[in-house]
Design a binder for this molecule. Structure first.
Ligand code: MN
Length: 742
């Protein structure tokens, strides 16, 4: 495990002063003092003062060579989330750019990605959006996560699992996609330690057992290569490194590809770094003269860089006694990109070279674009997994152009990657001269030929959507159906729906269709019934996802007329009020969930927000998010907020959080839990934060049935000795407190 050392501000300043980059020292110093003051009295799970965390994050970012604003944002990255400091204050003190970075990181922090798949896809997309805006936000977040992973042993076990899972499945792949190899490998290895401690220790054991043998082998190779290169006309002596192999890389090969330890070629690897591209190829030639290459394992990432900008020549050759090993050859310039990825823009270049970076981030935009045509979370998630995977294959066109594709790509993906029209007009594909099925899994080195139709009206097949692996191909196919054939789509969609209806014995009079689908139409942004059928036809709306909901609605509306009064939904819309711009909708019942930002309780005044794809989200009318919308007063925005009210009676418990500000004293917790016990209310173990003076802020979670019950509790709590205030938690709380100057 990586030992985490404590970083002090003196160490940071030392680095800044000895750096060859220009930093705004006084801005960084004041960011530090501001953060230190804001976090004063707060502690990490390790019992260390909180400020060591932002310092460690800033230190990692300094090593990446990031700029002044990024360093300031790193120091301040948790103040908005964890202290009463506001966004506006940061903007005033440190400028728009720093405030925007902190805001971006705070938002990323609030996106959990270990939850159910539906949310996961949506949340990963949110992350990509943040990255698309300013990639520095993600770079800060990755360093934040790195320090949290390094200190994960202090967290409770379930937190360790969650964080490690999220790191392994989301943050490490993103780091890989940004080309930040070192960060990716450390994140993976740290996650592995928590996710599979047994596998981890096995690898370490094997590593240790073979360390000496490995070192001897590598040293022998290095000196033989150096010897052979002496005669080569290189500008200066090449740098030859034995490449350290990541523990997780090893784990993947051993446990996922079921190789045994002796079979892993990359166990032995060396890297040769030279000055120019021609020198790279020259070195490759020399190496193939002294070692026999394994032909199928040469990769030219120089001629065809990976999408994250990585460039290198890789060849696997046979060494002494027939042991294979890999040689990587690259220029110094390429080496910087290989180690630092997107961060190399800050580390090695004056300011930010926009063009090149745009190219390196083009994949983010591509994924975001492609998702616009689909709202099936399962599909989004699978394509995201494929698109995020840093493993690529390279397939050749008959003319010899190499096309980079994700693992498991099919001829359909290949065709669409070459050109949209080639995809649309494809009839069949040949690999190495033989016809292959369209779901054939392409491999590196395959020469693939796409046979197209001369018929100008030829288009893709609907079934291709399920065969293609890349979001790019899927989006293009869907777009074709959407555009080219509206009338066909309407018929196809209507037929598909009718078939499903017959299967489920759903019969709805034609004139009631509009009403019956109104919720789903709105959800999928369809204005007319025809639009809705067309969306089903081209695959923008997934019938598999739609049917269960339709069945349920049908049963409620048409089969239980008499009972429906008894089973009234918990929430129903109310009449439009003239004072607000809230628009009344026809929704009788629909999926809803209680918003986490304000945790509404039965009895609270509420309002509903029409989410894209997850029904209504219910907020309190005094929720800060809703207030902000009212404040902006923009009709398009307001349209999505519906006036709703509670109906019937609630018997379910709902979660609510309380912020209790008190002077800390012995027995305080005992008094609080006595009140809960008396009222028969269950309470989660509270979190507590020290605040200024002898004060303590307790955050407790309760399960209550309605607002009245809560009001009773609040009154009793307020009478407890040393409690200063009790309030329902909300994002508004800290801001209001700040305003009152507490
Ligand atoms: Mn943090």
């Amino acid at each position: 495990m990586t030992e985490d050392r404590v970083v002090t501000f003196e160490m940071i300043m030392e680095k800044i002063l000895t750096s060859d980059k220009q930093y705004d020292n006084s801005k960084i110093i004041s960011a530090y003092h501001f953060a230190a003051k804001a976090h004063e009295g707060q502690f990490r799970s390790s019992k260390q003062p909180y400020i060591i965390h932002p310092l460690a994050v800033a230190d990692l970012l300094l090593d990446l060579g990031m700029d002044t604003d990024t360093i300031c944002a790193a120091l301040l990255h948790d103040v908005v989330e964890d202290t009463p400091v506001t966004d506006e204050q940061l903007r005033e003190l440190f400028g728009k750019s720093v405030a925007a970075l902190v805001d971006g990181v705070t938002k990323l922090t609030q996106i959990p990605v270990f939850k159910q798949d539906q949310k996961k896809a949506e949340n990963i997309l949110k992350m990509l959006l943040a990255m698309d805006k300013d990639v520095r936000v993600m770079i800060i977040k990755l360093c934040d996560r790195m320090h949290n992973m390094r200190t994960l042993q202090f967290r409770p076990e379930h937190k360790q699992q969650q964080t490690a899972y999220e790191t392994m499945n989301v943050y490490a792949p993103i780091a890989g996609r940004l080309g930040m190899k070192q960060i990716q490998e450390e994140l993976e290895t740290l996650s592995l330690y928590y996710l599979d401690p047994f596998g981890y220790s096995e690898i370490i054991k094997q590593f240790d057992n073979t360390r000496e043998e490995r070192q001897q082998f590598i040293e022998a190779i290095k000196s033989r290569i150096a010897e052979a290169l002496k005669a080569a006309p290189l500008q200066q002596a090449p740098e030859i490194q034995g490449r350290p192999k990541s523990i997780y890389g090893m784990y993947k090969k051993l446990y996922k590809e079921h190789r045994n330890f002796d079979q892993i070629y990359d166990k032995y690897a060396v890297r040769v770094i030279v000055d120019t591209v021609p020198e790279c190829y020259m070195v490759l030639g020399v190496i193939h003269q002294i070692y026999k290459p394994l032909m199928e394992r040469i990769k030219d990432w120089i001629a065809r860089p990976k999408e994250n900008g990585y460039q290198s020549l890789h060849t696997t050759v046979l060494g002494r006694e027939g042991i294979p090993f890999e040689v990587q050859i690259r220029t110094r310039e390429m080496h910087k990109t290989a180690e630092y990825g997107i961060a190399a823009h800050w580390k090695y270049k004056q300011g930010v070279e926009k063009d090149n970076m745009e190219e390196q981030l083009a994949w983010v935009r591509k994924i975001l674009e492609a998702q616009k045509t689909s709202d099936d979370p399962d599909e989004i998630l699978t394509t995201l997994k494929i698109d995020l995977s840093p493993d690529n294959i390279m397939v050749m066109t008959p003319k010899g152009d190499a096309i980079t594709l994700p693992l498991e790509a099919t001829p359909i993906d290949f065709a669409y990657k070459i050109h949209t029209e080639i995809g649309h007009k494809m009839i069949f594909a040949r690999v190495e001269g033989r016809m292959v099925p369209l779901d054939y899994k392409l491999r590196t080195g395959d020469v693939c030929e796409i046979v197209t139709s001369k018929d100008a009206s030829k288009g893709p097949n609907r079934a291709w959507m399920n065969i293609a692996k890349t979001s790019e191909a899927k989006a293009k196919i869907r777009a074709w159906f959407k555009k080219e054939n509206r009338q066909d789509n309407i018929i196809a969609g209507k037929t598909m729906l009718e078939k499903e209806f017959r299967k489920s014995r759903i019969r709805i009079p034609e004139e009631e269709m509009d009403n019956f689908f109104s919720f789903d139409m709105k959800r999928h942004n369809c204005n007319t019934l025809e639009d809705f059928y067309a969306s089903i036809g081209y695959g923008g709306v997934s019938l598999n996802k739609l049917m269960p909901r339709l069945k349920e609605r049908y049963l409620k509306l048409y089969c239980q007329e008499e009972e429906s009064t008894k089973e009234e939904p918990l929430i129903r819309p109310v009449e439009r009020t003239t004072t607000s711009q809230i628009i009344l909708d026809e929704i009788r019942d629909c999926e809803h969930k209680l918003a986490k930002c304000c945790n509404p309780l039965y009895g609270d005044e509420i309002v509903g927000f029409v989410t894209r794809g997850h029904g209504l989200s219910i907020h309190r009318t005094d929720c800060i998010n809703y207030r902000a919308v009212l404040g902006r007063n923009q009709p398009e925005e307001l349209e999505r907020w519906l006036a709703v009210q509670w109906t019937g009676n609630n018997s379910e418990k709902m979660r609510t959080d309380l912020d209790i500000l008190a002077y800390d004293r012995v027995g305080l917790m005992f008094d609080i839990s006595a009140i809960m016990k008396e009222a028969g209310i269950s309470m989660e173990v509270p979190q507590s934060h020290k605040v200024r003076g002898n004060k303590i802020l307790l955050v407790i979670s309760l399960q209550v049935i309605n607002k009245n019950q809560l009001t009773g509790i609040l009154q009793r709590l307020e009478k407890v000795r040393s409690i200063i205030s009790v309030e329902r938690s909300s994002t508004a709380y800290h801001r209001e407190k700040e305003k009152r100057g507490e």
